[in-house]
Design a protein around this ligand. Structure first.
Ligand code: PEP
Ligand code: MG
Length: 754
C-alpha cells in the first residue's frame, strides 16, 4: 500500500484530525486561513500505525501494556517495555526517507525544528492524552527521526497507560501524529488578546518582550504593554517595562538559555508603531476566522510576524450578553440566562440558599440557587436541572452540570426571586431559557448529552503568578477553570476526613495500601486537572479536635489548646509510620508521571524541622534536589529562622496567614469573641511577611501566600509591592486577585518610569 507518511500544513484542513491530530489540524486550518503560521508538516497517525504494524511490534506492544495499573511495579515495567519496543525498533526506510525529504524542503540548510506530538483522540483531555505534552525544541538533522520515535513512545508513559485504563480507552484504538515545524528564532515576541480579557471591549492588548516568547508566557519577564482601540485604531497606551532578561537560543548548543539584558535595551520599547498595527491586524484575522475573541502567542523574526498559537479567551464575562435571549418555543419564557449544559427538562423548583437546604432536593427536581458549590455536587447528581443566578460558562454550576449531563441555565440574575418553591418549570439548557409548566419527554427519554469539556483557561497577564487553593478534590475542575497558574495549597487532611476515619483507624481497618491509594486518588484528581501547572500538596495538618470527631477519634489526645498542640509537621515527625504513607503516595504520583506535584510542610518552626522533614522525603526515595518542596510560614519563629531554612534547600516558603496572624497577635482564629482582633493586615504581621520576602529573594527562594488573606485586595497590593512570587487565592477570588495584581504591577511600572 502506498503510504503518505507526511502531510504539509498547507494541505491540512480542520476535519483531518483523525490523520494529523488536534494540534496538526488546527495549525493546518490556520495556515489555510492565510495566517502566518511557521511552515511545517505532520507525520501522520497512519505512519505511526504502519510503523508498529509493518515492523510487527504491535501485538507485543499492546500485550505489554495490558497490565493491572494499580500495581505500580507492573505499570512501570509496562511503560519501559513499550518504550524499549518503540525506540529499539528501526524506522522502516521509506518512512525515514519521506520525513527527511520533507525536512530538506524546509527553508534553510539543516534548519532547527520543533517536534510535537498531536493526539488523534480528541475526546481525551489534552493534558491527559499521551504525549500531548511532548515537545522537543531546536532539533536539527537526523535527530529529527529519533524525536519522532520518542513522540510515538510518549503514547505509552505510565501516566498515559494508567489514564486510558481508568477511562476505558483501548490502547490499540489510540493513535498519534507528530507535528514538525520550523523554529522561529524570535527577536521579539509575546501574547495578544484580540478583545479585553475581562470586559470583552473591542481593544487589542499586546504584551511584548525581547527574545523567545517563553519569557512572557512563563511570567519571568515584565513585558511592555500596549492597548489599541480596534475601532479608531488609536494606540491608547504604551507602557514600557524594564526587561531584565531574555530567552534566546544558544548559538553553540542550540538550547534555550536565559540571559540578562544590559544597557539601553532594558528600557527600550520593544514594538514599533508599524509592528503594533500589524499585530492588531493579525489578531483580527484570527478572531474573524474563529468568530470569537482569541488569546494569541506571536513572534517576530527578521521583521516577519508569526503566529505560534491561538485559543479562545474564556474569561470574558458574557452573562449579560444578548445571545442568551431566546424566544419561547411554546409557552412564554419567564427567565433567561446562558445555556450552560444542553438538554430540555421539566421538574419542580427547589430554591437553595443554604447548604443545609440540600435535603429538599429529590430525584428529578430542579435546583435554583445563587451559585452552586462543590458541596452541592451530590444534590446536583439527583437533580434533573440546575438554574443559577450568577456565573458564566466556566462557573462551577456550568462545568459540573456539563460533566453530570444535567441541563443547566446559569447567570439568570434573579431566579431565586422570580421562581417559587414547588413551581413546575421547563428549562432549555441549550438556549438558556426557562418556561412555566411541564412540556418535555420524561427524563428516561432524554437524548444522551454529549460530554463537553471546559475550555483551556487563558493565562492571566501578570508577572506575579496567581494560583488557587483547593481543599476538596471535586473542586479541581472548577479551580482549573479560573485560569489560575496552579494550585498554591492542596490540603491533604480533607481527603482523609472525607473517609470519616482518622488515619490510624483507616489503616487499621483497610490497610496501609488503601490509605495511600486514598491520598493518591485525591491528589491525582487535582494534579491531572492542572497538569502541567504545579500543584502544591501540603502534608497532613489537622488539629486533634477535628480528628476527634471522626471514627477512631477517641484515641486522639484530648488537648487544652489544639491550635497550639499536636498538629502539622510536629505530629508528622513524631509519627513517621503514618507520615511515610503520605510521602509514599506522592512518590507514587511522580512514578505515574505527575511531575507537577510539589510538597509543602505545615507549621515548621526552624531549620531542624526542615532538616528532619527533608530526611523523611529522602528516606522514601524522593530526590529533594529534583523535586520542588518547601514550607509554610505560619509562626514568628519560622520568620526569624528563614535564612537557616533557606540554607537547607527549600524551594519555596508560603505564608499561612491564618495561623501566622493567630500566632503573632495571640488571637485564636476560631474564637468569635476576639474575631474583631484577628487582623491579617496588622503592621506586626506585615512586617514579618515583608522580612521573609526580602530574605527569600536574596536566597532565591520563591515566596507565596495561601492563607485567606491572599484573597484580600489590600494584602495583594502589599505583597506585590514587596515582590512576592505568587499569590494563591480562593477559587472565587482568583479573578479579582488577577486584576488586583495586574493593577498593582502596572502602577509600580508607571511609578518607576515617571
Ligand atoms: C494558614 O494557616 O493560613 C493556612 C493556609 O493553613 P490552614 O488554614 O489549613 O491552617
Ligand atoms: Mg495553617
Amino acid at each position: 500500500m502506498y503510504l503518505m507518511a507526511v502531510r504539509w500544513l498547507e494541505d491540512i484542513r480542520a476535519d483531518d484530525i483523525g490523520s494529523v491530530g488536534g494540534k496538526g489540524a488546527s495549525l493546518g486550518e490556520m495556515t489555510d486561513a492565510g495566517l502566518p503560521v511557521p511552515p511545517g508538516f505532520v507525520v501522520t497517525a497512519d505512519t505511526y500505525r504502519s510503523f508498529i504494524e509493518d515492523t510487527g511490534i504491535d501485538q507485543e506492544l499492546f500485550a505489554a501494556v495490558d497490565v493491572e495499573t494499580e500495581d505500580s511495579a507492573a505499570l512501570a515495567e509496562a511503560a519501559s517495555r513499550a518504550e524499549e519496543l518503540i525506540l529499539g525498533t528501526e524506522m522502516p526506510e521509506h518512512i525515514r526517507e519521506e520525513i527527511m525529504t520533507a525536512y530538506a524542503d524546509l527553508e534553510g540548510e539543516e534548519p532547527f525544528v520543533a517536534v510535537r506530538s498531536s493526539g488523534t483522540a480528541e475526546d481525551l483531555p489534552e493534558a491527559s492524552f499521551a504525549g500531548q505534552q511532548e515537545t522537543y525544541l531546536n532539533i536539527q538533522g537526523e535527530e529529527l527521526l529519533d524525536r519522532v520515535q520518542r513522540a510515538w513512545a510518549s503514547l505509552f508513559t505510565q501516566r498515559a497507560i494508567y489514564y486510558r485504563e481508568q477511562q476505558g480507552f483501548a490502547h490499540d484504538a489510540v493513535d498519534i501524529a507528530v507535528v514538525v515545524q520550523q523554529m522561529v528564532d524570535a527577536d521579539k515576541s509575546g501574547v495578544l488578546f484580540t478583545s479585553h480579557p475581562s470586559t470583552g471591549a473591542p481593544q487589542t492588548i499586546i504584551e511584548a518582550a525581547w527574545g523567545l516568547g517563553e519569557a512572557v508566557v512563563s511570567g519571568s519577564v515584565s513585558p511592555d504593554n500596549y492597548h489599541v482601540d480596534r475601532e479608531s485604531r488609536e494606540i491608547e497606551s504604551v507602557t514600557v517595562a524594564e526587561k531584565k532578561i531574555e530567552m534566546v537560543r544558544d548559538e553553540e548548543t542550540g538550547e534555550t538559555v536565559t540571559r540578562s539584558i544590559e544597557g539601553d535595551r532594558r528600557d527600550t520599547q520593544v514594538l514599533t508603531e508599524a509592528e503594533i498595527h500589524e499585530l492588531v491586524e493579525m489578531g483580527e484575522r484570527v478572531e474573524d476566522h474563529y468568530e470569537t475573541p482569541q488569546d494569541v502567542e506571536w513572534a517576530i523574526m527578521n521583521g516577519t510576524v508569526y503566529m505560534l498559537q491561538s485559543r479562545p479567551i474564556t474569561t470574558i464575562d458574557d452573562t449579560s450578553s444578548d445571545d442568551a435571549e431566546v424566544e419561547g418555543a411554546g409557552g412564554e419564557d419567564i427567565l433567561s440566562g446562558l445555556g450552560a449544559s444542553p438538554g430540555i427538562t421539566s421538574g419542580a423548583v427547589r430554591i437553595i440558599r443554604k447548604l443545609d437546604e440540600l435535603d429538599k432536593v429529590s430525584e428529578g427536581d430542579i435546583i435554583v440557587t445563587p451559585m452552586t458549590t462543590p458541596d452541592m455536587v451530590p444534590a446536583m447528581k439527583r437533580a434533573s436541572g440546575i438554574i443559577t443566578e450568577e456565573g458564566g460558562m466556566t462557573s462551577h454550576a456550568a462545568i459540573v452540570s456539563r460533566e453530570l449531563g444535567v441541563p443547566a441555565v446559569v447567570g439568570t440574575g434573579g431566579a431565586t426571586e422570580i421562581l417559587r418553591d414547588g413551581q413546575i418549570i421547563t428549562i432549555d439548557g441549550e438556549r438558556g431559557a426557562v418556561r412555566e409548566g411541564r412540556d418535555t419527554p420524561k427524563e428516561s427519554e432524554r437524548e444522551p448529552i454529549e460530554e463537553a469539556r471546559p475550555k483551556a483557561p487563558v493565562k492571566p497577564m501578570t508577572a506575579t503568578e496567581v494560583k488557587v487553593n483547593i481543599s476538596i478534590p471535586e473542586a479541581a475542575e472548577r479551580a482549573a477553570a479560573t485560569g489560575a497558574d496552579g494550585v498554591g495549597l492542596l490540603r491533604m487532611e480533607h481527603m482523609i476526613m472525607g473517609t470519616n476515619k482518622t488515619p490510624k483507624r483507616y489503616i487499621d481497618d483497610h490497610g496501609a495500601k488503601a490509605y495511600r491509594d486514598e491520598i493518591v486518588d485525591g491528589i491525582r484528581t487535582v494534579a491531572e486537572e492542572f497538569y502541567p501547572r504545579p500543584v502544591r500538596v501540603r502534608t497532613l495538618d489537622a488539629p486533634t479536635d477535628e480528628f476527634r470527631q471522626l471514627e477512631g477519634g477517641n484515641d486522639e489526645p484530648s488537648e487544652h489548646n489544639p491550635m497550639l498542640g499536636y498538629r502539622g509537621i510536629r505530629r508528622s515527625l513524631n509519627e513517621p509510620e503514618i507520615f511515610e504513607h503520605e510521602l509514599a503516595a506522592i512518590k507514587h504520583l511522580y512514578e505515574l508521571g505527575y511531575d507537577n506535584v510539589e510538597i509543602m510542610f505545615p507549621l515548621v518552626n526552624d531549620a531542624e524541622d526542615v532538616r528532619r522533614a527533608r530526611d523523611r522525603l529522602e528516606s522514601v526515595g524522593i530526590d529533594t534536589t529534583k523535586r520542588e518542596w518547601g514550607v509554610m510560614i505560619e509562626t514568628p519563629a519560622s520568620v526569624m529562622t528563614i535564612e537557616e531554612m533557606a540554607a537547607e534547600g527549600i524551594d519555596f516558603a508560603s505564608f499561612g496567614t491564618n495561623d501566622l496572624t493567630q500566632y503573632t497577635l495571640a488571637v485564636d482564629r476560631n474564637n468569635e469573641r476576639v474575631s474583631d482582633r484577628f487582623d491579617e493586615l496588622h503592621p506586626g504581621v506585615l512586617k514579618l511577611i515583608g522580612r521573609t520576602i526580602e530574605i527569600c529573594r536574596e536566597h532565591d527562594v520563591d515566596t507565596s501566600i495561601c492563607g485567606q488573606a491572599g484573597s484580600k485586595p489590600e494584602m495583594v497590593e502589599f505583597l506585590v509591592e514587596e515582590g512576592i512570587s505568587s499569590i494563591s487565592a480562593n477559587i472565587d477570588a482568583v479573578r479579582d486577585v488577577q486584576h488586583e495584581v495586574k493593577r498593582t504591577e502596572q502602577r509600580l511600572l508607571l511609578d518607576s518610569v515617571r
